[in-house]
Ligand binder design. Structure first.
Ligand code: TA6
Length: 290
């Protein structure tokens, strides 16, 4: 049986077949901030990350809902902060929902969402968020249900910070060749020409409508060995982000300042447009990391 440890702010789940495999979730934002696979940390977490609920966690897997980025056009989303309110809210821990592979569940709704921020988004909703700790994978799944009598529009994105132990200049991202991109730094649209996307400067690039049959992988340049792999379900887009030197220096909660050398965000989401969820309907998606 998986072992589970709960405090007022944190839940830690340990795999029954390997006590060195575990996942730790902060109830604030239902933010996974540690995933150890056989003792090796798979996610990057800033050493200055706030884990006291005072601001979204800088690292791990912050949840982005109902807006990706800073929305400037939608009637309600435009009044929300960058990346919405899911990562700024205290989610309710619902316990273990599956014993093998051990899976825990968190819930967010209009009743427990961030009191201030939810004023800008007048809908009834239930989000059930499942975190499945496999022997060799972590799967995070979301079910969003519109409890209102009217439709609502939203983005969803898992803002995953991968640990790049071997240093960023030694890896590349594969699986994005020929995909349409929007560069959030230049504002320009393009098509990815590289089979091997390298990170040698600040990168903030949105890959849009990438076939979900395409796994996205982070590979070692020298050995072509797998560093991280990602399988997406119903998440057509992916953001690749590394703040590099200047942006890292400008973020108070980004430490160590050279931490950009050991992290890379590959963020699966639906961000190319807004999902419209009709009244009483449900929308589901997941990321499977291996
Ligand atoms: O997903 C990439 C991004 O939108 C970047 O533009 C950068 O802003 C990053 O998210 C971090 O955003 P945050 O609000 O967590 O500082």
């Amino acid at each position: 049986m998986a072992s589970i440890k709960e405090t007022s702010s944190i839940v830690t789940l340990t795999h029954p077949d390997n006590k060195e495999t575990s996942v730790t979730i902060l109830k604030y934002g239902a933010t996974v901030y540690s995933w150890k696979r056989e003792g090796v940390e798979q996610l990057w977490l800033s050493s200055a990350a706030k884990l006291d609920g005072s601001k979204p966690v800088r690292g791990g897997i912050p949840l982005v809902f109902p807006a990706f980025g800073k929305n400037t056009t939608d009637k309600y989303l435009k009044d929300l902060p960058q990346h919405g309110f899911a990562r700024n809210s205290n989610w309710t821990f619902k316990g273990i929902v599956r014993s093998y592979p051990p899976t825990v569940q968190f819930e967010l709704n209009e009743g427990n969402a961030n009191r201030e921020l939810i004023k800008a988004w007048p809908y009834k909703f239930t989000i059930l968020y499942n975190i499945e700790l496999g022997y060799d994978h972590l799967k995070t799944s979301v079910d969003i249900r519109n409890e209102s009598d009217v439709p609502f529009d939203f983005n969803w994105l898992f803002h995953t910070y991968y640990n790049i132990q071997d240093s960023i200049e030694n890896v590349y991202v594969h699986g994005l060749e020929n995909q349409a991109t929007h560069d959030n730094i230049t504002g320009k649209a393009a098509v990815e020409k590289n089979a091997e996307v390298i990170i040698d400067r600040e990168v903030d690039r949105r890959y849009l409508n990438v076939d979900v049959k395409e796994n996205i992988t982070i590979l070692n340049k020298k050995t072509n060995q797998l560093v991280h792999g990602l399988i997406r379900e119903n998440l057509s887009d992916a953001v690749v982000w590394n703040p590099w030197i200047k942006k890292s220096a400008g973020m108070g909660d980004f430490e160590p300042k050279d931490g950009y050398k050991n992290m890379l965000c590959v963020e699966p989401g639906h961000i190319h447009d807004l999902v419209t969820l009709r009244a009483k309907q449900k929308w589901s998606a997941s990321q499977y990391m291996y």
